[in-house]
Each structure stands twice: as structure tokens, then as C-alpha cells.
Design a protein around this ligand. Sequence first.
Ligand code: NAP
Length: 500
Amino acid sequence: MSVGGMRARLVESGPEEEEEEEEVEVEVLHSEEELRLSVHPAVGVLGSGDFSRSLCTRLLASGHRALVGSRDPSRLPRGLFPEGTELGSQMEAALGAERVVFVALFPEHYPSLVGLREALAGKVLVDVSNADRLGRGAGGSNAHRLARLFPQSHVVKGFNGVSAWSLQTGAHDGSRQVLICGDGPDSKAGVVQLAHRMGFSPLDMGCLGAAGALEEAPLRAFPSWRGPVLTTLLLFLFLYGYGSMKNVLFPYLALGQNHFYQLPLETVNQTLPAVAMVTLALVYLPGLLAAGLQLSRGTKYRRFPSWLDCWLGSRKQLGLLSFLCAGLHGIYSMCLSIRRAAQYSLLNAAYRQVRAEIPNSWVEEKVWRSDLYLSSGILGFGVLCVLALTSLPSVGNTLNWREFTFVQSGLGYAALTLTVMHTLFFGWDMAFSPGSYSFYLPPMFVLALVLPCVVLVGRLLLALPCLACRLTKIRRGWETKRPRKTDQEVGITNGVVADG
Ligand code: NAP
């Protein structure tokens, strides 16, 4: 029966039952307090810094009592902690916490807590600290140090990847994922449940041996992006340098023409699509190389070289960087006509036309080409947008593997084809005009077309029935009759899917 229900029954009862009622009332009040405590379990937080304050906000919001333990609670200014927080000494927080105590201190201060050993015995200590440098190994983690200091408590690592800001703003704004590891299944389950109640998505990372990696994770900034970003940047610098030399520097040195004004916008806008196209080709090239290797080896049970594994693992990042460059190219292109240089060029062209008494400068072929060029570019960018969207975990997770393969492989090749068409419509005549090869250098778009064309031709070759059938058989486990090599060579290719 609910507390409210019990109260109602008491009010309805007659005066002869008054004495009995008083006893029952006290009992009810007891059970109300018990109910409040069981619905709002007390969670201890040692330390009164930024993390502690934000954590208390979330704990209170999710219906918990927050007991903060400070070395000197009297020094804490009023209003520093959210209303409802119970401030006290470290001992009070350690004793008052029902099961879970967050240790929101820097690890160098852990030894100052050893006086709380008995009070914390049997309780779950959540270590939220981060590493201050890389490479200390699993045994040297802060969580292990805490576990050694408190052998009678159960240490669980977690919440260290969540910022104080994320905790304060709530799980709807900011990162929701909380990585958790620990040795005791019960203690870990308790922290996982608490994280759920606070509105986070806890992810069990295994035993406490994983703590070192969790502590070091915030120190590794974008680990999977380093290679793709460096590749894209180098590509950009190479092509930008090439365009600057061919269109600006050499004309100045050889002919005295001043085209330096092209450097900030025009040259950048020539470089961006070239980079977008080459990076998109780099997304699909490793899949072709992997397929070629499987065909030549006649098996899928041999490891790819590590560079190819690494490349296959970077395809998503390369694709997103290609999308970024294509998007920037779109914005730059829309701004081309509002430049002063474009306005002067247009006026000068109009003036020359008037002087030459040409009433109509309409060239049907050029009109068609420019419209096809723009249309294929817009369509290519649209398909790239779909690819970028499906690479978001929240969208990708709604697709089954077949749909995902169709989008990432089928639509990916469609995007590559459309961007190649966009480039060909733009420069078809220029590609075959000797005037475009000034200083014996081909135009930038010709360079940019080489790799995408190789990839598209490679894909067409793989679609030939004789190769496609053999590849399908190999990917289903068929092998040419060849003695297997060493045990080490046997095994699926590091789990990286080479498809497409
Ligand atoms: P902080 O603002 O400096 O607070 C640390 C608390 O530790 C102080 O308020 C103090 O509380 C206590 N303390 C300070 N010196 C001490 C000493 N000599 N001996 C014992 N206790 C001492 O730090 P924080 O930002 O809250 O970070 C606390 C922990 O959370 C760190 O391990 C950090 O890596 C981790 N963390 C923080 C964030 C974040 O966004 N801030 C995010 C993830 C993880 P009393 O004076 O009340 O005792």
C-alpha cells in the first residue's frame, strides 16, 4: 500500500482507535523516511571542486542524495553547491554514503584519504581521475593506486571522460557516453545503474586492467583522424603549391603578368575540389587493393599488410574530409561572382564585346556544358551529404548491414562518378588544348582526375563476371588449393572489412 493510501485510511478511522492510530502514524512516518531514503540513495562525493559540484547537480536531478565530503566544509561559500547538497567532512560523507562514493580528487591526493579506510570498507569507490601523461601501463593506473590504498573497498573506474560541463548541462546536451571498468561485477553493475539513472549511456569496458587506457583516452586527441588529416593537408599543400606555381608564379616570372590576387580565393577554390576528389578516390582504392590481394592469393584467410589494414580503417575519416573539401568548394564557388575581380572581368569582357560589335555571345555548347557541370556537381555533393550522414553512428545504427553497404559502397561510387563527370564537363576542351599545358604543366584538374579514374576503372574490372564470381566465392570462404603457410598468417584480416 502507498504512503498516501495509508494516510487516507488513518483519517477515515474513528476516535476510539486514536491511540492505536498514533503508533501507526509514527510507523508510517518511519516508512516514509525509509521510502525517501530507498528512492533517493545517498551517494558520497569526496572533494569539493568543479567535478564534485557538477556531479552533485546531476545526482540531485536524478533523485539521489549527494553527500559532499570536504577537508574543511566550513570554508565552502554558501550557494557554491546546488540546493539540497549535504556538505560535511570527508568522514561524514564516507559513512553516510550508502554504497557508492565518488573520489573527485586529483590522484596525488589519494594517500590523504587513508584515514577513511574503515568507513569506506565494502563500499564502491568510483575513480574519476585522468592520466597526466601517456604510457604508464595498466598496473600504474590511478584506479590501481586507489585499489591498493583501499583493499577493502571495490574500485570502479568511470566518468573520467565526462567533463564537468557535460555533467552540469545534463545528458541531453554534451556527451552521453560513460566508459566504466572494474573487477567486481556487482560493484560495476551498481555504477552502471547509477550512470543510467543520471541519464548517461554507460559502456562496460571490462575489468580494472582497462583503467589505464580509459585514463589516457582524454589525452589522445582524435587518434583515428591523424593519418587522414595529414594526408588531406599534404595533398592540399601540394596541389595549392602546384596551382600557385602554374597560374601565378610562372606567368609572373616569364611574362610579367600579375595574378597574385588569385591566391586567396581562386587558387584555393581550384585546389579544394581536386583534394575532395582525390580523397574520395582514396576511400575506395584500399578496398580495390584488398580485393586484388584476395584474388591473387586465392583466399581471404591471410592478413593484409598492416599499412592496408590501417588505410581500410581510415576510410570513414577520409570520406568526411572529402565531404568537407567539397562543401567548402561549393561555398567558395557561390562567392566567386561577388568578387571585385569577377565584376571587373565581366565589365571588361562586355566592353570588348561591344567594341567588337558582337551582339550575342551565346554559345550553345558552352551553355549546355556549364549546366551539366553544375548539375553533376550539385548531385555529387548531395550524394556525399547522404554518405556523411550515414557515417553518424546514430544514423548508421538504424541501417542493417546490407543497407549500410549499399549506401557506403554503391552511393559512394555514384558520388565519385558524379564528381568525375563534374570535372570532365568543366574542363573537357581544356584537357585537350595545348594552351592549357603552359610551362609544360597539365591543368590541376587533369592531375586530380588520374586517381579517381583509376579507381573507377578498377571497380569496373572487378565487376567483370570472371573476377566478381571468384571474389564472391573467396569472400564466402572458398580457397584455391594451396598449402596454408604459417599459423600466424591464418585468420581474418584484423576484422577490417575490405568490401567495396
Ligand atoms: P578541483 O576543482 O581542483 O577539485 C579537487 C578537490 O580536491 C578540491 O576541491 C579539494 O576539495 C580537494 N583537494 C585539493 N587539494 C587537496 C589535498 N592536498 N588533499 C586532499 N584533497 C585535496 O578538481 P576537479 O576539476 O574537480 O577534478 C577532480 C578530479 O576529477 C580529478 O581527478 C580530475 O582528473 C577529475 N575530472 C575532472 C573533470 C573536470 O571537467 N573538471 C572531468 C573529468 C575528470 P576539499 O578542499 O573540499 O577537500
